[in-house]
Design a protein. Structure first.
Length: 372
């Protein structure tokens, strides 16, 4: 109907409930009906056009979630670095080696037997033996990270002082195990690395976007699995198609993990309607190195007072750089979507990043909102 098509983009579904819009749609439907059915006497009197328009528009609202047209793309240079942290040293128990033993060189792994007193030139500080090894890593800039690598090296030296008696014993241990020790520190630095886009480019357009069609590949005789069923091979879940939903906007869907299937049980209880987005549904892009992948959240769900964009992840992935970059881009999108909806008295968008071990049948969306 032109009442809808004349909008700059697809309007909010609640827009269809406005009396003047319904009246305009009914008028256009009346004209179309008269034109197409004019040669069928008696038919026109049996159809209540206004009632049909009311029922159809309500059905449209029940079967869609308003998604604002917002484009989020990171731009500018990445800010990459390492967070300050406490070094976990409890596993380090090295003991001094014999004075006339061998030295293993960090860069070449070459070994030579020499008298310890004639080993490499003594550094002024014990930490310097570790620092000079750490700055050989390509991702560690001495100018940018000197304070951190000296702090971490000092933490390790202090650990040695808890069980070694003298600085000479510590020097002995550091020289002989230098490669292992700098790798040990570097591994923990990588676990505390951050990468942030300096800013995002955001474009907000008028109107909303329609739900994208979804398609699955299935064998001819394959049966759909009820989403509440639990007695199946979880390793095959990615190849299964689930059905039996009452609030999902698609009659069937797939899951990438059993955590996602279990979360759908929560959404069936907690939401008014929900769906699993497909590629292209949201124009959200995040940075990974020099690439800008599209972010596709696991779920979108609407409740009486909010619309949630939801991501479920394994507990050990919650702080990975990719997950954090996705979260940052998604929060930016939800912030602008909430501002956009506030102007038309719509619902705010909220982002939930949920660890798989939190997904329990008795959990609520409000609980996740307050605890994530």
């Amino acid at each position: 109907m032109s009442a809808i098509k004349n909008q700059e983009h697809l309007p909010s579904s609640s827009y269809l409930l406005k009396p003047d819009i319904q009246a305009q749609i009914a008028q256009e439907a009346e004209l179309a009906w008269q034109s197409n059915q004019s040669d069928l006497p008696g038919i026109h009197d049996e159809v209540d056009i206004k009632k049909v328009v009311e029922l159809v528009t309500k059905a449209v609202i029940l079967e869609t979630i308003d998604i604002p047209r917002i484009l989020v793309v990171p731009k500018g240079q990445n800010a990459i670095g390492f967070k300050a942290f406490k070094l976990e040293c409890s596993s380090i128990k090295f003991q001094p080696v014999e004075r006339d033993l061998l030295i293993q060189h960090l860069r070449t792994n070459a070994q030579e037997t020499i008298t310890f007193s004639k080993a490499e030139k003594n550094e002024e500080r014990l930490e310097d033996y570790l620092v000079r090894g750490l700055i050989d890593f390509e991702d560690i800039s001495y100018d940018d990270h000197s304070d951190l690598i000296y702090d971490l090296s000092s933490q390790l030296v202090q650990h040695f002082k808890t069980y070694l008696k003298t600085d000479e014993e510590i020097r002995n241990v550091i020289l002989y195990h230098q490669k292992q020790l700098v790798n040990f520190i570097h591994a923990q630095m990588l676990a505390n690395q951050f990468e942030e886009a300096t800013e995002f480019e955001v474009v907000v357009s008028k109107g909303f976007t329609e739900l994208k069609p979804t398609a699955f590949t299935a064998t001819k005789d394959e049966e759909f699995t009820d989403f509440r069923k639990t007695d199946f091979d979880k390793s095959k879940i990615g190849r299964m198609i689930f059905a039996g939903f009452s609030k999902c906007l698609y009659p069937q869907t797939k899951f990438g993990s059993d955590t996602e299937r279990r979360f759908s049980v929560i959404l069936e209880k907690e939401s008014i309607k929900w769906f699993r987005p497909v590629k292209g549904q949201f124009q959200i892009f995040y940075r990974m190195g020099n690439e800008f992948p599209e972010y596709i959240p696991d779920f979108v769900a609407e409740t009486n007072d909010s619309i949630y964009m939801i991501e479920t992840k394994a507990k050990n992935e919650m702080t990975s750089q990719e997950v954090l970059n996705k979260k940052e881009a998604a929060l930016k999108w939800c912030g602008f979507a909430s501002e956009h909806n506030a102007k038309i008295k719509g619902k705010p968008w909220k982002y939930l990043l949920i660890s798989h071990d939190q997904v329990q049948d008795n959990m609520t969306l409000k609980y996740f909102e307050m605890n994530t």
